[in-house]
Design a protein around this ligand. Structure first.
Ligand code: CTP
Length: 434
């Protein structure tokens, strides 16, 4: 693509696109790319933003171009790509790109790039853009564990955060060589989700839960009938995963007890406990609850399990069962409230439940939800109306937040990430007054 073909008179291509969003919802996003092996993953992030209809400008550092070619970034963004401040000078891109952006996402943010940003360098287009941007700026670090944990990087991250930038907690896992540990770039989907949340709510990733310990349960349990069959439910785990992902980025130490999900990847920097049955979930929650300040039960726990689970596959024909007998599972949420009452977990523990409700001739969703809050005895109940394509398996949600103090607030329609941020606001307030 010829360098001057696109973006004349403006930093971004402005032709209409077939994709959503349009109008005010279409944002100007600068994707800065640092010089690290994870630079190739920025391609998926750029593609996701352009496919969502946003205007994207990619600004790599010179060393990022050692990993991914300029043509790739130009083709994916549909805009010209430069690294220095002396290209396209009449358009003053080193000032304008930052000034006009709605969001700057640095992916990957190397230790060097963050250090240069901290001291206010402006010797290439990306650092100059970082100095002129007044929109939310999100650094997504990727580096070896030693570099991430080095006091210089730790101090730089703290400085960037203190100045209002978001620095994402990296994932743990396999790094470039044979080593593994914290420093891995979170998955592109997760980066795009967090960036989209910042566009919806610029303060959504503030570090107000720094050092807090939070236990979240998510997903559905499966209760075996035999080695190949189970009783399950339609929970995708998306809401619980959104809560865990966001809590960790707001500074909390998060343990996520997960049942089955719609194939969700483990969120970055979260301690994962994978379980199968309601019984397993109860054991995992009971084990972890005494050490946390907040328990959020977003999981769809099966209320019943088959009373017997056959050791081998149930066959048709002679001996086939004509009914399944069920046994009630323990109510984990109500059990937690009991444990708090009996002093087995600290009395200050904040306990949050979820309610998936449908209204009927006897009462509406809120009537049932208020009764459930009383029955369960938790501090907060997040209420979703289910059915007709709502709540299960979808990316958007709405509902109400009911407090044991009688408070009731509507959770307006939005992404599950936005919903999670509202729930964590309420949780944060409860922690502060305890
Ligand atoms: N829950 C739990 N243990 C169970 C069942 C549910 O901890 N055995 C928790 C869920 O994680 C959720 C809350 O209880 O936070 C409400 O779940 P829901 O299925 O809506 O309520 P139930 O207690 O199952 O009540 P009902 O099915 O009668 O509406």
């Amino acid at each position: 693509m010829p360098e001057q073909a696109a973006g004349q008179g403006s930093g971004y291509v402005t032709e209409s696109s077939d994709s959503t969003p349009s109008g005010a919802a279409r944002k100007r996003i600068v994707v800065g790319v640092g010089g690290g092996i994870a630079a190739y993953k920025s391609c998926s992030v750029i593609r996701a933003f352009t496919e969502s209809g946003h205007h994207v400008r990619v600004i790599p550092t010179a060393s990022a171009l050692e990993f991914v070619g300029k043509a790739t970034f130009e083709a994916l963004s549909g805009n010209p790509v430069h690294t220095g401040v002396f290209t396209d000078v009449p358009q003053v891109p080193h000032v304008r790109l930052g000034q006009e952006a709605d969001l700057v996402v640095i992916v990957p943010a190397t230790a060097d790039l963050m250090a240069r940003s901290v001291v206010g360098r402006a010797d290439d287009l990306l650092t100059a853009t970082l100095l002129t941007a007044r929109c939310p700026v999100m650094f997504v670090p990727a580096m070896h564990t030693e570099m991430w944990e080095h006091p210089a990087t730790v101090a730089n991250v703290a400085t960037l955060r203190a100045r209002g930038a978001t620095v994402i907690e990296p994932a743990s896992g396999r790094l470039t060589g044979k080593d593994a540990g914290p420093g891995r770039l979170p998955e592109p989907d997760e980066i795009v989700g967090l960036a989209s949340l910042l566009l919806e709510r610029p303060d959504a990733l503030r570090r107000d839960l720094e050092g807090r310990r939070i236990l979240v349960s998510a997903g559905g349990t499966r209760e075996p009938l035999d080695p190949v069959r189970f009783l399950g439910n339609r929970s995708s785990g998306k809401q619980g995963y959104a809560l865990a992902r966001l809590a960790v980025q707001r500074g909390a130490q998060v343990t996520l007890v997960s049942g089955y999900t719609a194939g969700l990847a483990d969120p970055a920097a979260v301690d994962m406990v994978h379980v199968r049955t309601a019984d397993d979930m109860q054991v995992a929650v009971a084990k972890n609850a005494p050490g946390v300040e907040v328990v959020i039960m977003a999981a769809a726990v099966a209320d019943f399990r088959p009373s017997t689970s056959a050791a081998s596959k149930i066959k048709k024909g002679a001996g086939e069962p004509d009914a399944i007998t069920l046994t009630k599972n323990e109510d984990i949420l109500a059990g937690l409230v009991q444990s708090r009452r009996h002093g087995e977990i600290p009395s200050s523990t904040v306990i949050v439940g979820f309610a998936a409700e449908t209204g009927d001739a006897e009462g509406d969703v809120l009537t049932y939800a208020r009764a459930k809050l009383l029955r369960k005895g938790c501090d907060l109940l997040v209420v979703n109306a289910v059915g007709e394509g709502k709540a299960f398996e979808v990316d958007h949600n709405d509902g109400w937040l009911l407090g044991s103090d009688g408070s009731e607030s509507a959770l307006e329609h939005g992404s599950k990430a936005l919903m999670a941020s509202r729930v964590l606001d309420a949780v944060g307030e409860l922690i502060r007054i305890r």
